[in-house]
Design a protein around this ligand. Structure first.
Ligand code: TPP
Ligand code: SF4
Length: 249
């Protein structure tokens, strides 16, 4: 019988701590497959965040570094500048990247650092028990917005991909989702392009991945995937926000 699927060598074969159905696992797999298929496993260095994916360093089979909350882009900058031959990526949630780490992601894009940032947007702080994040949708109920996010007092969600795309130093910015097979394939293509850009020395690439948190959303996995489709995608439209490869030179 021919083998049609086998686990990527870029992930260590251990059970993860993620909740059942959490899409962090799918995103890990896609990154791992891209690293392996691009042949850069031996020279990739990942930077893990603070958040549910804090233990990502236990799962990726490349070298990994742990950054303080929000600081992964700054840490990745140092690693890449000191080791220009390495392929460097950050993996960050929306609390990490879009709240405490907003400054870091804006400036890493402004400097056009030759790294990849994978931004996992699940509209909530997962690890700490479901508080409101900068990406929490208007009206969304969380632990700290029990009556639903009221934009008059709690502000509007930040569309990070659109914001980063306005920065001249950003080379490629895309938003993808992992809610169904077709979107998972598109997400992989986007992540692969981001890593290829870095390997080719093109500069800063960020892929925002819409992800679910069934545990803190209080939904089953199937309901959470539908909630993402019904609520997140309309507010956070999928697709390329910037691609310098496509610019008329
Ligand atoms: C300096 C600092 N402030 C606050 C925290 C608490 N904290 C840990 S994880 C987290 C939010 C994580 O949410 P997110 O980045 O969205 O990732 P998720 O857990 O949803 O994957 C916060 C506020 C911390 N660890 N360090
Ligand atoms: S709390 Fe949410 S984001 Fe964290 S592992 Fe569980 S489902 Fe995933």
């Amino acid at each position: 019988m021919s083998i049609v699927f086998k686990p990527t060598k870029a992930l260590i074969d251990v059970p993860t701590h993620y909740c059942p159905g959490c899409t962090h696992g799918i995103i890990h797999r896609l990154i791992g497959e891209c690293i392996e298929e691009l042949g850069v496993l031996e020279k990739t260095i990942g930077v893990a965040p603070v958040g549910c994916s804090v233990l990502a360093y236990n799962y990726f089979a490349c070298d990994m570094f742990e950054a303080a909350h929000g600081r992964a882009p700054a840490v990745a900058t140092g690693i890449k500048r000191a080791n220009p031959d390495k392929v460097v990526f950050t993996y960050q949630g929306d609390g990490d990247l879009a709240a405490i780490g907003t400054g870091e992601i804006v400036h890493v894009a402004a400097r056009g650092e030759n790294i990849v940032s994978i931004f996992v947007n699940n509209c909530i702080y997962g690890m700490t028990g479901g508080q409101m994040a900068p990406t929490t949708l208007p009206g969304q109920v969380t632990e700290t917005s029990p009556y639903g996010r009221d934009v008059r007092t709690q502000g509007y969600p930040i569309r990070v991909a659109e914001m980063i795309a306005t920065i001249d130093g950003a080379y490629y910015v895309d938003r993808v989702s992992v809610d169904n097979v077709a979107n998972v394939i598109k997400a992989k293509n986007a992540i692969k392009k981001a890593f290829k850009n870095s390997i080719d020395g093109k500069g800063f690439s960020m892929v925002e991945v819409l992800s679910i948190c069934p545990t803190n959303w209080g939904l089953s996995v199937v309901e959470a995937l539908q909630w993402l489709r019904d609520n997140m995608i309309p507010y956070y439209p999928l697709g390329v926000k910037k691609d310098n490869d496509r610019e008329v030179k």
